[in-house]
Structures are given as structure tokens and as C-alpha cells.
Design a protein around this ligand. Structure first.
Ligand SMILES: *Cc1c(COP(=O)(O)O)cnc(C)c1O
Length: 391
């Protein structure tokens, strides 16, 4: 049995998305920039996909820019606001300590280019306070970028409230909504955002494609120079199969959103209930303001890496947090940002569920995790010390 519960890292491509992609590899091979019939047929598919994506988030088709994924969309959004800001002498950016590295590393790059960055603290429950964002904004601020839902602990942020503050202050507001789109209701108007990033492979679409929403009127800064694709803002012949697959997957996710969320959150609740009694363990992040499918736990006295390897031997594919920090021995910056002590942050486990999972799989996890935790603690000097200190 393979139990795949790492859907925050990536999801399985849906059959519907795959089926919609196949014709683009075969008969509809035209270049949408070509003026002849073959090209124009592809162009029709492209623009239909743009309309589908726009409708799914309450945007206009001309406000959607296709990218190679969430990372590119984040980079482009931040660079757009930074570029406009610099022209007005505004070179300060507000973000948070637990953003995805696509955001944090772009901000690091901008710091080297003379921008200043303020990263607001995250509350211990994994939710940012809108007031903290408000207090961080200065006359020099050109951008606020705060994620809609965190990829490691699944907590949902007060985006609409932060957006309203940004609007009052006349500051651009971008949100990395990669974990939210297709999983919770996302509407760019209700959320008061100027820019929003999404990625297809997080909602059962293909990898290597995503989109950036930019409110009309904001001049987008292009990262890739060349042809006039994406209204001159993103050069390169469009990845047609991927774009069509993304539109299909997104429409499917949005059409079935409530039903899927209900199914997924029931599995998540069963998991939390089944794992909560493990000695010296706790669930990270607010229990209400969270994505339907993400659970993040810490177990004292063990290493997350060993936990993952042993779970993998039992057929369970999970994660210690971000796919991006796996392989490095640094504890998660997300867990540290919410005040989890370094030693404890090493013992983290992220289980991220999708509608493809089953209750039976949850029972397998509920049986396996305590076994593995008990075994690892029996050979852990750290656990031995914890128990000694307790007595
Ligand atoms: C996965 C993810 C990204 C990166 O998206 P890619 O399409 O893999 O580049 C960015 N932000 C968040 C919150 C993510 O979960």
C-alpha cells in the first residue's frame, strides 16, 4: 500500500487534466502567435484557458499571466512592485517570517539591490496579525506580500483585512496563494489583492505551470525578455498542454471545492484525533483558520528525517515540512517563526491530504505513526534526557 500524504509538496495529475492535455501534444500543435489556422486554433485554446482561470478567481482574462509555476509568479509580482516603487523612491517591502522561499529569497535579492525589507512576526498559532502588518508600513513602502495559506502548517491568513489596510495606505498587496487556490474559496476582489500567485501542480494540474493575477492598470515587469507573448510581459512560446491542463484542473477543483473540502477535512480531523494522544507531541498552528488538508505535528525527542524514512518503509509518503528544506539539516523557518524551539522543530511531520486519499489510509497512518515514534524514542539519547528531566 502506498499512502501519499504529501499533497502540499505536489499532487497527482487528475485524469481529467491529463485527457485535456493530450490533444495539445498531438493535433493542436500550433504556435498561438502564428497567424494561420493551425496557430489560431491553438490561440483559441489559450484564450479559453485564460478565461477559465480568470473566472475561477473572480478576475478578468486580461489580468491573468501564465508562468512556469508559483515561484516565477512570486518573483514577477515582487519585482513588479519593486520596480514601480523604485521609480517613486519607495524601496521598502513588508512581508512575513514564514513565507515560501520563492518570496523570501526574492526579497533577499532585492535587499542586495538596495531595498529594505521588514518581516513581521507570526503569532504562535501561525496566523499573522493584520495590525502588525499595518504598523510595519511606512511612507517608503511599495509592497506588502503575505501568503494566503502557509505551505508547512496550513494556517490561513487575514488576507482581506491586510488588503484593506494596503489599499488605505496606497501600497501594492501581493499574496502567494499557491496552497489556497483550488482548496479554499479564492476571489481576488473579496481578498482586496492587487497580485496573486498560483501553481497548477498543487491542485492536480501539471508541474511547471502556474499563473500570476495582476489587477488591470498595474504595469507588469517582465522577467523574461523576448517575444510578445502574455501581452509582452512573459516572453517564450506558451506551454500549451500545461496551460490547458491547469485550466481543466482548476475548474474541476473549484467546481468540486466544497465537496472535496468536506471529504478532506473529515480525514484530517480523524488523523488529528487519532494522533493527538501521543506523549509529548503537539499540532502546529491554529485549529480553525487552516486548510482542509494539512496537519503539522511535532514529536519531542526524535528527528523528523528518521521518522519519514521509517514511515516510508510502511508505505507512508509524508514530509517534515517544506520540500525545499528537505535535504538540509536546518529546522523549518516556519516552525521557528511560530516559536517552536529548535530541538522540537527537528521532530516535525507534515501530513497533507487530498480527495484521492481514503479513511482506510488514515487508519494506517494512525496505527503506524505511534509505532515509529515509540521505536525512535527507544533509541534516542535526547528522549532519554527528556524523560530523566521529567522525573
Ligand atoms: C509550492 C509552492 C510554491 C512554488 O510553486 P512552484 O510551482 O513549485 O514553483 C510557492 N509558494 C507556495 C506557498 C508553495 O506551496
Amino acid at each position: 500500500m502506498t499512502v501519499y500524504v504529501d499533497n502540499a509538496a505536489t499532487t497527482k495529475l487528475s485524469d481529467k487534466a491529463l485527457d485535456s492535455m493530450l490533444p495539445l501534444f498531438k493535433d493542436i500543435y500550433g504556435n498561438p502567435s502564428s497567424l494561420h489556422t493551425v496557430g489560431q486554433t491553438a490561440k483559441e485554446y489559450l484564450e479559453e484557458a485564460r478565461e477559465t482561470v480568470a473566472n475561477c478567481i473572480g478576475a478578468l482574462p486580461r489580468e491573468i499571466y501564465f508562468t512556469s509555476g508559483g515561484s516565477e509568479a512570486d518573483n514577477q509580482a515582487i519585482r513588479t512592485a519593486a520596480f514601480i516603487g523604485a521609480k517613486k523612491g519607495k524601496k521598502h517591502i513588508v512581508s512575513s517570517k514564514f513565507e515560501h522561499h520563492a518570496v523570501l529569497h526574492t526579497l533577499n535579492a532585492l535587499e542586495k539591490e538596495g531595498y529594505t525589507v521588514t518581516l513581521v512576526d507570526v503569532n504562535s498559532d501561525g496566523v499573522i496579525k493584520a495590525d502588525d502588518v499595518k504598523n510595519a508600513i511606512t511612507d517608503e513602502t511599495c509592497l506588502v506580500t503575505i501568503m494566503t495559506a502557509n505551505n508547512e502548517i496550513g494556517t490561513i491568513q487575514p488576507i482581506a483585512e491586510i488588503g484593506e489596510i494596503c489599499r488605505e495606505k496606497g501600497v501594492f498587496f501581493h499574496t502567494d496563494a499557491v496552497q489556497a487556490v483550488g482548496h479554499i474559496h479564492v476571489n481576488v476582489k473579496d481578498m482586496n489583492v492587487d497580485m496573486l500567485s498560483a501553481s497548477a501542480h498543487k491542485f492536480h494540474g501539471p508541474k511547471g505551470v502556474g499563473f500570476l493575477y495582476v489587477k488591470s492598470g498595474i504595469p507588469v515587469k517582465n522577467l523574461i525578455e523576448g517575444g510578445a507573448q502574455e501581452r509582452g510581459k512573459r516572453a517564450g512560446t506558451e506551454n500549451m498542454p500545461a496551460i490547458i491542463g491547469m485550466a481543466t484542473a482548476l475548474k474541476d477543483a473549484v467546481d468540486n471545492l466544497d465537496e472535496n473540502a468536506k471529504k478532506v477535512s473529515a480525514m484530517r480531523d480523524r488523523l488529528m484525533q487519532g494522533l493527538k494522544d501521543i506523549d509529548r507531541s503537539f499540532i502546529n498552528g491554529n485549529l480553525e483558520k487552516r486548510l482542509p488538508g494539512t496537519v503539522n505535528m511535532c514529536f519531542e525527542g526524535i528527528e523528523g528525517e528518521s521518522l519519514l524514512l521509517l514511515l516510508d518503509m510502511k508505505g507512508i509518503c509524508a514530509s517534515s515540512g517544506s520540500a525545499c528544506t528537505s535535504g538540509s539539516l536546518d529546522p523549518s523557518h516556519v516552525l521557528l517563526s511560530i516559536g517552536v524551539p529548535v530541538e522540537v522543530a527537528h521532530g516535525s511531520l507534515r501530513l497533507s491530504i487530498s480527495e484521492y486519499n481514503t479513511m482506510e489510509e488514515m487508519e494506517h497512518i494512525i496505527k503506524s505513526v505511534p509505532e515509529v515514534v515509540t521505536y525512535l524514542r527507544s533509541i534516542s539519547p535526547v528522549w532519554e534526557r527528556i524523560i530523566k528531566e521529567e522525573n
